[in-house]
Design a protein around this ligand. Structure first.
Ligand SMILES: Cc1cc2nc3c(=O)[nH]c(=O)nc-3n(C[C@H](O)[C@H](O)[C@H](O)COP(=O)(O)OP(=O)(O)OC[C@H]3O[C@@H](n4cnc5c(N)ncnc54)[C@H](O)[C@@H]3O)c2cc1C
Ligand code: SF4
Length: 431
């Protein structure tokens, strides 16, 4: 009888769960995840807002004390948000499902088959549109009348049952939103093993082959041997593991910065609306209604009742330049990033003027970002192998680190498609 090879996947987010699901069966898969089981944040937000005046909310990094699945890293300019726990950042996503493989197609990568499979596995619809709140409908009309061609954004999940509660980034209390725990459940149901609370520190490499992972379980160190290792610790997590393993990567970090332009409009109730119901696409950025919880709790300019704030997000495709290492994150916004943000702010103000809000009554949020990637970008050379030459032959990456540039758009579907392909390549090469 031939022995089944052992594969270890690091991370259980979009890339990790998808690749684990692809590999299980052909390999004996273990998923190593730093975080624990995901639990949504359940407190009443309007009631919690009463504490704002107490001065208890002074730094965004506190969030993880109340809500361990959300982690924050800060640079001087940007608050970086990511998920930690089963499902990674997908559990705190807003569920947007858009195919964005243009930059990969330009490298000669065709992911049609993978996207077709995703279409069969994940329910995707814009059903939420039927129950938008009046303020959302009005914003959509204003954008349409300005010739901005807004479109309702498709979402992953069963949106006919969406309660429009506005808690998407805190974990959906109604089980409407799809997240990558479903791929994880499918893999574990077929025998994959999930190790929670285990932080991978480095890959142990000998004679050009990845032999094992070094992990930390609390204070204990452990070594996990494997025939195949796939890193999917996210755009900020994977580079750190590469660095500790002595593998070079590129300083091409992008993060897709987000800035909200807000104003007071009584009774808008956009804090109780689905996040990002529709989108307006512009050259290099998008605009979408978004009640920014981080700004609401931590930015003094947002000291108004949640239900009275109307807010539009600008999400930018930023210059892919920056880095993360054990010394911290180096990421600044360049003049072209600021210029696009300014363009976005002007357009948001024009949209809000359609609600009768003068420009001088608008206020800005805190710049934050949640789509990191780009530090081990694919090139034409790797368009078939999906394997970077800096990596040992049996070590792969399956997350946003592989993107050649920022998508400036929600990346989950494209990360899943890439991870599925990495899984297929690994099956064909090793299983
Ligand atoms: C608030 C917010 C809303 C978003 N909304 C959307 C959206 O609507 N649609 C969309 O397409 N995208 C959205 N995104 C982005 C999307 O969620 C991420 O880009 C995507 O989940 C990244 O997938 P990943 O597999 O690369 O990493 P992640 O999903 O971040 O998963 C990485 C996993 O690896 C684990 N890990 C990290 N380091 C280690 C280590 N050393 N050892 C073990 N485990 C480790 C982490 O705990 C995590 O679980 C959003 C992001 C944020 C922050
Ligand atoms: S608005 Fe509420 S019910 Fe709808 S997907 Fe978001 S969290 Fe779930």
């Amino acid at each position: 009888m031939t022995e089944v090879k052992k594969a270890i996947v690091v991370g259980s987010g979009a890339g990790g769960a998808a690749v684990a699901n692809e590999l299980q069966g052909s390999f004996e898969v273990t998923v190593v995840e730093e975080g624990q089981e995901f639990k949504p944040f359940t407190r009443d937000l309007r009631a919690s807002a009463r504490w704002k005046k107490s001065g208890l909310f002074f730094d965004e990094r506190e969030i993880s004390l109340l809500f361990p699945a959300m982690r924050i890293l800060k640079t001087k300019e940007i608050v970086l948000v990511r998920g930690r726990g089963h499902g990674g950042t997908t559990t705190i996503s807003t569920g947007n499902a858009v195919r964005q493989d243009g930059p990969l197609k330009r490298l000669g990568i065709n992911l049609d088959e993978e996207f077709e499979a995703i279409g069969r596995e994940i329910p995707i619809s814009a059903d939420h549109e039927k129950h938008w709140r009046p303020a959302t409908k009005r914003l959509f009309e204003i954008c349409r009348d300005l010739g901005l061609s807004p479109w309702p954004i498709p979402k992953m999940g069963d949106y006919a049952h969406c309660r429009h509660c506005g808690r998407c980034v805190l974990g959906c209390p109604a089980g409407v939103k799809w997240d990558s725990r479903q791929y994880l459940a499918s893999a574990t149901a077929r025998g994959a093993r999930l190790m929670s609370g285990a932080r991978v520190t480095r890959v142990l490499i000998q004679n050009g082959t990845a032999q094992a992972l070094e992990i930390k379980l609390g204070l204990r160190k452990k070594t996990l041997p494997a025939d195949l290792i796939v890193l999917a610790a996210g755009g900020l997590g994977t580079p750190l593991i590469l660095q500790r393993s002595g593998i070079p990567y590129e300083s091409r970090l992008f993060v897709d910065p987000v800035l909200c332009v807000a104003a007071v409009r009584e009774g808008s109730d956009l804090d109780r609306e689905i996040e990002m119901p529709f989108v307006v696409e512009q050259d290099g950025f998008i605009i979408s209604p978004y009640f920014d919880l981080l700004s609401f709790f931590y930015n003094r300019r947002w000291s108004f009742p949640a239900g009275d704030i109307v807010s539009l997000m600008i999400k930018l495709a930023d210059r892919p330049e920056g880095s993360i290492s054990s010394r911290g994150v180096q990421k600044v916004l360049y003049p072209e990033d600021w210029a696009r943000l300014e363009e976005g702010v002007a357009l948001c103000r024009e949209i809000l003027s359609g609600l009768g809000i003068p420009k001088e009554r608008t206020f800005l949020g805190t710049i934050n970002a949640g789509h990191p990637g780009g530090m081990l970008p694919l090139t034409e050379k790797e368009s078939r192998s999906f394997h970077h030459s800096a990596l040992p032959g049996n070590l792969y990456v399956a997350d946003a680190s592989l993107f050649p540039q920022s998508l400036g758009m929600p990346p989950i579907l494209t990360i899943i498609a890439l991870a599925k392909r990495v899984g297929r390549v690994c099956r064909e090469r090793f299983a």
